[in-house]
Write a protein that binds this ligand. Structure first.
Ligand code: SAH
Ligand code: SF4
Length: 388
């Protein structure tokens, strides 16, 4: 493993009451203190989420006096800031993003995705409608991996983030703000460039449900990223899955199954004792799917724990019994300090995938991205904080 390349450190996060993260109604209430013209609300909304300004002074349609009144009243844009950047040889960038209170989370930019988006109904168009492949090549395509909490309370035995415990929930502005900070860094033109979001960074999104869904609504209605290009991954918080099933605007869903039966799953994911596999798969049934949409089962392959052929057979049984339109994303476990598992052998990974495919279960291998810059989720924060 090569050393991470640090190519930047950012300024201190802004102080004040963050406007970024607020919906129109709240922005309207605030503006009412300064101006009675209601079109200013739309201008502020567009400045925050479409122009993606980082300073109140950049809100071009606002008269200078209005901008200084807002600033003097203690407001700021309040986007989280990219504090550190680690660039991989494969183009992946990992960021430590700092919130106003100094808490940091990890966010990742993967220029070509990681294969996780295959076969779930989001990869069936080339980009903008009707474009040739030559035209498509002129556009950026990338996947951003977003955190939902500082640390995580779920305690999966193979996960680095679990070692941090949960420090706090992120707010909607901090979740959507990670995306906007990264979009700004890469000068992404939303609507032309093709951006996928995966809520698969640090934390369990369904244990921070309201803020997570609020962030989704800001990203859809404000920033303009369609929810069909977003995937949220849960370790299996059944009440969250049930709420999610009734949302009108919702990303696609991935369930981190990681084992073919409750015995192995309880060993590596103790939360299984609360909600077992049967209950979780049953919970998925209530989700109304879009055309061509599949639900994803994520499966982290741990050497000699869940990667045997008999595990693949049992997994096929689970998928068949469920009757759900599922695909499986196989993830090669990323090792990290203090976690005593083994990586699976490459031929075991291939055999596992082949068995699933031969049994009619779509299975994809998520490519390990940025392994040289501490790819395992939670690893960057841990190694940076520990000064290793
Ligand atoms: N908390 C959510 C989302 C974040 S974890 C969840 O667990 O689903 C995102 C994915 O990374 C999960 O599927 C998880 O099983 C996987 N993961 C965690 N630690 C990993 C590691 N060290 N190597 C590979 N995958 C890992
Ligand atoms: Fe939390 Fe997901 Fe890691 Fe489990 S795998 S500890 S739920 S971040």
């Amino acid at each position: 493993m090569t050393q991470p390349i640090q190519i930047g450190t950012a300024a201190q996060p802004q102080r004040g009451i963050a406007l970024f993260g607020m919906h129109r109604e709240r922005l309207g209430e605030i503006l009412l203190g300064f101006t009675l013209t209601s079109y200013r609300i739309q201008q502020l909304w567009q400045a925050l989420y479409q122009q993606r300004v980082t300073e109140i002074d950049e809100i071009a349609p606002f008269p200078v006096q209005l901008r200084s009144q807002i600033t003097e009243a203690g407001y700021c844009v309040g986007l989280p800031e990219i504090a550190q950047v680690f660039t991989s040889v494969d183009g992946t960038e990992r960021y430590l993003i700092a919130c106003a209170d100094g808490a940091t989370v990890e966010t990742v930019w993967m220029p070509e995705g990681d294969g996780g988006e295959q076969g779930d109904g989001s990869d069936d168009t080339a980009g903008a409608a009707g474009e040739s492949s030559a035209e498509a090549a002129r556009y950026l395509r990338a996947t951003i991996c977003v955190s939902s909490q500082v640390g995580c309370a779920v305690n999966c035995q193979f996960c680095l983030t679990a070692k941090l415990g949960v420090q706090r929930n992120l707010t909607a502005g901090e979740i959507a703000g990670q995306v906007v900070a990264v979009l700004n860094r890469h000068k992404v033109r939303v609507g032309r460039d093709r951006i996928n979001l995966v809520f698969m960074g640090m934390g369990e999104p369904f244990l921070n449900y309201d803020a997570f869904m609020d962030a989704v609504r800001l990203l859809v209605a404000g920033v303009g990223i369609p929810e069909s290009r977003m995937t949220v991954s849960t370790s299996g918080i059944l009440p969250g899955i049930e709420r999610f099933a009734s949302e009108t605007v919702r990303p696609k869903l991935a369930l981190s199954l990681n084992a073919p039966n409750d015995t192995i799953r309880a060993e590596i994911m103790p939360i299984t004792r609360k909600w077992n596999i049967a209950a979780l798969l049953d919970g998925l049934r209530a989700i109304p799917l879009r055309a061509r949409e599949r639900l994803t089962l994520e499966y982290v392959l741990l050497g000699d724990v869940n990667d045997r052929l008999q595990d693949a057979r049992e997994l096929v049984q689970q998928v068949r019994r469920s009757g759900l339109p599922l695909k499986v994303n196989l993830i090669v476990w990323n090792p990290g300090p203090g976690v005593a598992y083994q990586m699976p052998q490459p031929d075991t990974v291939a055999a596992f995938q082949q068995h699933l495919m031969a049994s009619g279960v779509p299975a994809y291998i998520r490519r390990p991205r940025g392994r040289d810059i501490y790819a395992a989720c939670g690893q960057l924060k841990r190694t940076t904080e520990a000064g290793e």
